[in-house]
Structures are given as structure tokens and as C-alpha cells.
Design a binder for this molecule. Structure first.
Ligand code: GLN
Length: 331
């Protein structure tokens, strides 16, 4: 672990933090070859498998960025965090938790097995596809563009600009969506969808195709770490109870069927996406030593080469290393 020093916000200590992270990014970039980019959405297969980037923004304003931090990528499953927050803000938490549970599945993100075999009353959580598609069906609006409006409106508040769709990824996803359509039909048959199935799926494909960068993810992670408030203006962007539930779900269900390992070895509420992005929200911690980012931070990572669970192979290792060096675990 790095040595604690009295103040991590001096110019010199910022330079140290930067050089640590630069070293770690170049070290873990060598591991990208152990994973491979997602191919089931053909457009995602065009990503550079060796890309790796990270941005960390502290609640105290310190920002460290290293590697491929300006490379845009699609948000994919990380959009499930945003759509769940929007739905909770518009419909209320209890309305949403009547429709999706808050339990990890232990199955792949796009599995429908638990719905049928375990005969559950509702999708097990909003971060697997069945739950996320159910959440998307509750968004206000008749058309997919109207439903997207509430997602874009929240993103605009979180990021300070309105992100765009990557049309190539959207079309590729829509045209290769057999599994998600199967989930859609299952949810339709069992009465979970609140909107027309095709409109719901269109909205889901669009929300997954929003283009962002690791800097955007770090900013959203920072606001979640800060219980939903903008750090600079103190404006409440996400109500605190919703930020709290979202972080609990990120910790228990955010990394697909590797969520238990991630909670154990990294210990940060996080959510990954199949394009290789990971968002992390580190709340303030109490430690005897004064370590970097003690007062909490948001983290964005991008590394499109994925492991067998569909998580960024180098991204996870980089996060695990940083979390152990700076004692970022919430436990
Ligand atoms: N759009 C992707 C899908 O539904 C998102 C999955 C993911 O990022 N894990 O298949």
C-alpha cells in the first residue's frame, strides 16, 4: 500500500498520483491480450482490444486521468444504472421495486433461466437484461425517442452536456438482438412490460448505444459517491435514497456473475458494460492513515478486451490494484 502523507492535494502529491496511475495503466495494458472484445454485437468487435484508460475524480477536486481517456465508447449495460435512477425518480422507489427485485442472479446478464426455472415473481434485479428491459418499459413516453428524453435529461444534468447516440452501434445491436427479443417476448407473455414490446426494446438498444468517455463515467460515479449531489454546486441531482439503493445494487449485482468476487477483492460499488466500460463510486472512508481519495471519488475505466464474465479484463485488474494500493474498498 502507498504510504500515507498528510495532504494529497499539494502539487507534488498530485504529480505522484499521476505517475503511479500512468505506471499502472501501462503495466495492465499488457494484460489486454488475455481477454477479447465482445463480438455478439458486430459493431463492438471493431474496438481496439489494447485500449485502456482511467479517470478518477475526488470529492476534493483532484483528478487523475491516464491512458485512452478521450476515446468515446458506448455505455451499454452501464445505462441500466441511469434508466433505473430515472424510473425511480419518475415513478417512485416502491413502484419500481414492486416490478424488479434487488437480488443477484449468479447467472449471465442476458440469461432468462432464472425467470422460468426459479419461477420468480419478477426479474431478479434491474442490472440484468430482463430487469433492465422491464425498467425501460416504465419510462415515460409513447415512442422510443420520447422515452429516451428522460434518460438524456438526467445525463445532461450529470455531465453538463447532452451525449449522443452511436448510430452504428445502435443499428448493429438492433439487428443482432435475438436474445434480447427472446427476453422481451418472455416479459410480454408474463405481463411485466408496461409499454409496447418493440418500443421498449428500441429504447433499450438506444440507451445502450449512448456514447460517453471514462471522464463522463468518473463524473457520474462521483455524484453517486456524493449521495446524488453535485460536488461543486451541492445541487441534488439524484435523491439520496435512490443513490443509496443504486450503490447497493452496483455492489451486489453490478459486475454480472462476478459481482461477489469484485465486492470481495475490490470492494467498490461498480457497474460494467460489454463495451469494456466500468463505473465506480467510492464513498468517503474512515482510515487511520491519510490515503489518496479518502473523502471519496468517482472512477471511470475503459478496456474493451473482456474476460469470460463480460468484464474488462485489464480494467478489473487495474481497479483491483488501485483499490488495494489506496485502500478504496468500502469494507
Ligand atoms: N446492449 C447489451 C445487451 O443487452 C448490453 C449488455 C452488457 O453491457 N452487458 O446485450
Amino acid at each position: 500500500m502507498v504510504q500515507g502523507i498528510a495532504n494529497w492535494s499539494t502539487e507534488q502529491s498530485r504529480e505522484w498520483l499521476q505517475s503511479y496511475v500512468d505506471d499502472w495503466v501501462s503495466f495492465y495494458r499488457k494484460h489486454t491480450g488475455e481477454g477479447s472484445v465482445a463480438e455478439y454485437i458486430p459493431q463492438l468487435a471493431t474496438a481496439d482490444p489494447d485500449a485502456l484508460g482511467i479517470t478518477i475524480i475526488g470529492r476534493n477536486g483532484i483528478k487523475v486521468s491516464s491512458g485512452d481517456v478521450d476515446l468515446p465508447f458506448t455505455i451499454q449495460s452501464i445505462s441500466k444504472v441511469i434508466s433505473f435512477i430515472v424510473a425511480c425518480m419518475d415513478r417512485g422507489v416502491s413502484y419500481m421495486l414492486d416490478r424488479v427485485d434487488v437480488e443477484p442472479t449468479g447467472e449471465a446478464f442476458n440469461s432468462i433461466m432464472h425467470l422460468e426455472m426459479k419461477q420468480v415473481r419478477k426479474p431478479l434485479n434491474p442490472f440484468v437484461n430482463a430487469g433492465a428491459i422491464t425498467v425501460t418499459s416504465t419510462l415515460e413516453g409513447k415512442t422510443s425517442d420520447e422515452k429516451m428524453e428522460s434518460i438524456f435529461a438526467l445525463l445532461e444534468k450529470l455531465l453538463g452536456y447532452r451525449p449522443a447516440l452511436n448510430i452504428d452501434v445502435y443499428e448493429s445491436e438492433r439487428d443482432s438482438s435475438m436474445r434480447n427479443r427472446a427476453i422481451g417476448y418472455y416479459l410480454l407473455e408474463t405481463g411485466f412490460l408496461e409499454s409496447d414490446m418493440n418500443t421498449t426494446l428500441e429504447t433499450y438498444f438506444k440507451q445502450c448505444s449512448i456514447e460517453i468517455t471514462v471522464q463522463d463515467l468518473a463524473r457520474i460515479g462521483l455524484i453517486l459517491a456524493n449521495d446524488g449531489e453535485d460536488v461543486e454546486t451541492n445541487e441534488e441531482i439524484i435523491p439520496r435514497p435512490i443513490a443509496r439503493i443504486t450503490k447497493a445494487l452496483m455492489l451486489t449485482c453490478g459486475m454480472y456473475d462476478a459481482s461477489g468476487k469484485f465486492a470481495t477483492y475490490v470492494g467498490i460499488p461498480a457497474k460494467s458494460g460489454v463495451s469494456g466500460g466500468i463505473i465506480g463510486a467510492v464513498p468517503p472512508r474512515v482510515r487511520e492513515e491519510v490515503l489518496p481519495f479518502m473523502e471519496g471519488c468517482g472512477i471511470g475505466v475503459y478496456g474493451p478486451a473482456l474476460d469470460d464474465n463480460g468484464n474488462s479484463v485489464s480494467g478489473i485488474r487495474l481497479l483491483r490494484h488501485i483499490a488495494s494500493q489506496w485502500d478504496l474498498s468500502i469494507f
